[in-house]
Structure formats: structure tokens, C-alpha cells
Write a protein that binds this ligand. Structure first.
Ligand code: GAR
Length: 202
């Protein structure tokens, strides 16, 4: 697979992987509706490792294929099924949106340059879990979010878009997470556009 397949000469087909409530999925569905009104891209598939994820309901509500693929202890099985679905739906770009699993280096290699993720910090600061808590504990004055290419490391791939959030004196994890999330909802569609236009490459 070439390093960057973008730009395409047609509408791109997006898949979103989400483990939870899927507010970032909602922002991607609004920007790239499945009805195909946006020439650049449309969301065609939503996949969740969690059976009850609200993200699956959001997808079904707007007529997007929504599939639960169990992860459990079997990452290989998950990735085989994910690969098959991505091919079946002819997906061009995978957007991880609150997807709380780590994909194998082999999977990332197969989809190189075609998987992006949103993370609630200004990477390279505060990789991994509880990024907002890490920011509060570090006493930084600002944090934010990063949309980045996924590589074999955890939250290490090239940044596509970052948006900043200033910490308030009375912030707790929930208040900071909520303000960062507002910025994620702006950053994610913007990053998808930059990638699909070939303006930012892995
Ligand atoms: C978002 O804040 C996202 O950045 C974070 O989970 C939340 C998902 O919210 N992702 C990670 O921490 C990944 N390491 P959402 O389900 O409402 O989109």
C-alpha cells in the first residue's frame, strides 16, 4: 500500500472505531454525513469493541452500518474481523474516536497512513490513559487535543491538528475533559479534511 493514498479522485469512505459514547463520532457524522452530501467524504461504517456502546446507536440512528466486534483477550480475532469489514466497506480512512484498544503493529502497518486518532492532550505531552488527569497533576497552564496518524507506538504518530485549552484554577478532570472535548469536535473533522486533501501526510 502506498504511503499516502490521498487525495482521491472521488468521495472517501470513512470508518469510525469507537468504544463509548461517541461524541467525536457525532461530529464526524455531522461533517461527513452518510447521505453523501459532502463531496470529500462520508462515514460508511462504525465499529465498536463494546456491545453496548452508545456510538453504535448513534450510527444506527442515521443509517450507518454499525458492527460490534468483540475484543476480549483476542486481538488477532478482532483485527481479522476488522480487516474484513474495512475491505467489505471499501474504507479509505479509519478514524479512531474514543477507541480504547491498542491496535497491533501489523494492523497499523497494513493500514499505514490510513488510520488516525484523537487524543485529549497536546502530544507528545501526556500519552496514554487519563491524559486530562496527567495534565492537572503536572500543573501545566494549558493542554488540549491532538489528532494524529497512528503508528506502531502509543500516541506517537505525526500530529495533524492540535487545539489548545487553558487550564482554570478550579478545573477538575471532568471540567477539563469537557472543554478539551469541545475542541476535539472541531479538530477531528478539520484533520480528516487535511488528510483527505493530501495536505498532511504521515
Ligand atoms: C475523547 O476525549 C478522546 O480524546 C478520548 O476518549 C474520549 C472519547 O469521547 N480518547 C482517548 O483517550 C484515547 N486514548 P467520545 O466517545 O465522546 O468521542
Amino acid at each position: 500500500m502506498p504511503e499516502s493514498p490521498f487525495p482521491l479522485a472521488r468521495q472517501a469512505r470513512l470508518a469510525v472505531f469507537a468504544s463509548g459514547r461517541g461524541s467525536n463520532l457525532a461530529s464526524l457524522l455531522a461533517a461527513f454525513p452518510p447521505a453523501g452530501d459532502e463531496p470529500l467524504a462520508a462515514v460508511r461504517l462504525v465499529l465498536s469493541d463494546r456491545a453496548g456502546a452508545y456510538a453504535l446507536e448513534r450510527a444506527e440512528a442515521v443509517g450507518v452500518a454499525a458492527v460490534h466486534v468483540p475484543f476480549g483477550r483476542d486481538r488477532d480475532g478482532f483485527e481479522r474481523r476488522a480487516d474484513a469489514l474495512l475491505r467489505e466497506y471499501a474504507v479509505d480512512l479509519v478514524c479512531l474516536a474514543g477507541f480504547m484498544r491498542v491496535l497491533s503493529p501489523a494492523f497499523v502497518e497494513r493500514w499505514q497512513g490510513r488510520v488516525i486518532n484523537v487524543h485529549p492532550s497536546l502530544l507528545p505531552a501526556f500519552r496514554g490513559l487519563h491524559a486530562q488527569r496527567q495534565a492537572l497533576e503536572a500543573g501545566v497552564r494549558e493542554s488540549g487535543c491532538t489528532v494524529h496518524f497512528v503508528d506502531a507506538g502509543i500516541d506517537t504518530g505525526r500530529a495533524i491538528v492540535q487545539r489548545r485549552v487553558v487550564l482554570e484554577a478550579d478545573d477538575d478532570e471532568a471540567s477539563l475533559a469537557a472543554r478539551i472535548l469541545d475542541q476535539e469536535h472541531i479538530a477531528y473533522p478539520e484533520a480528516v479534511r487535511l488528510v483527505l486533501r493530501g495536505e498532511v501526510r504521515p
